[in-house]
Design a binder for this molecule. Structure first.
Ligand code: ASP
Length: 344
């Protein structure tokens, strides 16, 4: 009897000492924070020169600094998101603004969006060809028009009215993006009709969409995304990046999200909104929700890519189901974190 009591007591003691399941999320609010991505894809250590890797890491750190300064000075999360994305749009290293990928017709057609988590206002543009910084035009759509999404010539007419910086289409050209189109066309020619459905192989080689989520000192979240879409895209294809709820979403109640990956899947699974909804209705943390959408729902469906997400406390999630994603974040008073490959 005595032995049974001892065993029971020992069991109870063990139970009470059991560690709670580790939660990396905190409810202690970061004063401000910012998270960025420069696209997810099948990058491999062996396939990227050390110089190129260092160049990307340097650029991501530089971009984080731009956002940090704005937020530190009391700027809004919307300002931080816009300026951070502008910096990446201006760099030929990413598939957005200068450096955007080419359509099957050899053009650059750019998509972008931005959302304000404070009031759920949003703006987006699709298929623009002469707007230097599409995310800034998306912000103007949100703030200066009664609409959410403007496309093509209409969006460009609106851009002219708003005096945004316009450029010649050639401005966006880079040799890398042009060569990627030639390669995509060659492999398309080699494919049988059956293989054409595997056109989403496009995703193997090109990445570089950009996105940002920021939390400002007033506790407001904002998110934005900007891209050239997919190499060799056809028939006026528009991806997830300008679709609110797919490529971008922000709600102070839950989180901000920017997606990158095979856009058709992100649209069909309403990926960015789904993360917010899982937090709102299922009480998931931002990491649980983002991980479930990217590594369960999208992955099972065959949707390649990843997201960056941040909740109102500044907790960051950066899941992806490819081999890498250019990504980074920084919170007030902390050192910036920059990562490229999956194993870091
Ligand atoms: N999501 C983008 C699109 O499908 C592409 C990307 O993120 O790489 O247009």
């Amino acid at each position: 009897m005595k032995q049974i009591v001892i065993v029971l007591l020992a069991g109870l003691l063990m139970l009470s000492c059991e560690q709670p399941k580790e939660k990396t999320e905190t409810k202690k609010k970061a004063e401000f924070a910012i998270v960025i991505h420069g696209g997810a894809g099948y990058m491999r250590r062996a396939g990227m020169s050390k110089e190129r890797e260092i160049e990307y890491r340097k650029k991501l750190a530089e971009v984080l600094k731009v956002g940090y300064k704005i937020l530190e000075d009391g700027g809004s999360s919307l300002d931080a998101v816009e300026k951070v994305i502008n910096t990446m749009e201006d760099s030929p290293m990413f598939n957005s603004g200068k450096g955007a990928v080419f359509t099957g017709e050899g053009k650059n057609e750019l998509d972008a969006s931005i959302m304000n988590g404070e009031n759920l206002e949003a703006g987006a543009v699709a298929g623009v060809t002469i707007v230097k910084n599409p995310v800034s035009l998306a912000r103007l759509v949100m703030e200066k028009s009664p609409h959410v999404l403007l496309a093509r010539d209409g969006a460009e007419k609106f851009a002219e009215m708003q005096n945004v910086e316009l450029v010649e289409p050639e401005y966006f050209y880079t040799e890398d993006a042009w060569n990627a189109l030639q390669r995509a066309k060659e492999s398309e020619l080699k494919k049988t009709d059956e293989d054409q459905s595997a056109l989403h192989d496009f995703y193997d080689s090109k990445f570089g969409t950009v996105g940002c989520v920021a939390l400002d000192k007033n506790g407001n979240l904002a998110a934005g995304t900007s891209t050239g879409g997919m190499t060799n895209k056809k028939w006026g294809r528009i991806g997830d990046s300008p679709i609110i709820g797919a490529g971008t979403y922000a709600n102070n109640k839950t989180c901000g999200v920017s997606s990158t990956g095979h856009g058709e899947f992100f649209i069909r699974y309403a990926a960015a909104y789904d993360i917010s909804a899982l937090m709102e209705y299922k009480n998931m943390t931002v990491s649980e929700a983002a991980d479930f959408v990217v590594n369960v729902k999208l992955k099972n469906a065959g949707g390649n890519g990843g997201v960056i997400a941040m909740d109102k406390y500044g907790n960051v999630a950066m899941p992806f189901n490819t081999t890498g994603m250019f990504r980074g974040y920084v919170k007030n008073g902390e050192e910036p974190v920059v990562k490229v490959f999956a194993d870091e």
